[in-house]
Design a binder for this molecule. Structure first.
Ligand SMILES: [Fe+2]
Ligand SMILES: [Fe+2]
Length: 202
């Protein structure tokens, strides 16, 4: 979404999780918090707010449900508890908590993971050079955006920085990143690990 200088959203309520990534420019939330390039921000279901961008911005917006109109009075001044954020440039990445026993190390910075066992939620994923995810199946849509580097699917598709990808429910795949990458994952339904791949020699 590209917001023109001076653009603003109407007050709205999220019926489900909403995630945004500011790609360039600045976005000002209804409580006055300013989000800048690299900020990954999540709003919990039921939260309400409105945003503005005095200088204009470009952002990725993802939601797992409807956005409905709200009254300005419904947008609280204190969004603590309803909003979480991480700047992926400065994130403190740690090992993803539910990797298969012999899976490659893959790191993450949580923004709003709803269930780390099933992968549902909104979070940043970092593949070190040469890492591959285990073969898995998505029960719902898998959506992700490459923030840095490249990610390669088994069919040869190469996703590069800036690519926004949507994979249909039922997709079975694993992803590998010969040179490393950072992505933001938007997962709306459980994923199921089918089996783990053993790392191939380079
Ligand atoms: Fe919103
Ligand atoms: Fe996947």
């Amino acid at each position: 979404m590209r917001v023109a200088p001076g653009g603003a959203s109407r007050p709205h309520r999220h019926e489900a999780l909403e995630g945004i990534v500011v790609l360039e420019g600045e976005l000002v939330d209804s409580d006055g918090t300013v989000f800048r390039a690299g900020d990954c921000v999540a709003y919990q279901a039921g939260s309400a707010h409105h945003t503005a961008s005095p200088g204009g911005c470009t952002m990725l917006v993802w939601t797992n449900g409807a956005i409905t109109a709200a009254e300005a009075d419904d947008a609280p001044q204190d969004l603590a508890g309803a909003r979480s954020s991480v700047n992926w440039h400065e994130a403190d990445f740690s090992l993803y908590p539910s990797l298969p026993a012999n899976g490659d190390p893959i790191y993450w910075a949580d923004v709003a993971c709803q269930n780390s066992d099933t992968g549902e939620g909104f979070y940043v994923v970092q593949f070190p050079p040469g890492a591959a995810s285990a073969l898995h199946e998505h029960m719902g849509n898998e959506e992700f955006t490459i923030l840095q580097g490249e990610l390669i699917d088994p069919d040869g598709a190469v996703y590069r920085s800036g690519d926004c990808v949507s994979l249909e429910p039922g997709t079975k795949h694993f992803s590998r990143s010969p040179n490393g990458c950072v992505t933001v994952a938007c997962i709306s339904a459980p994923l199921r690990t089918i089996h783990t791949r053993k790392k191939k020699a380079a």
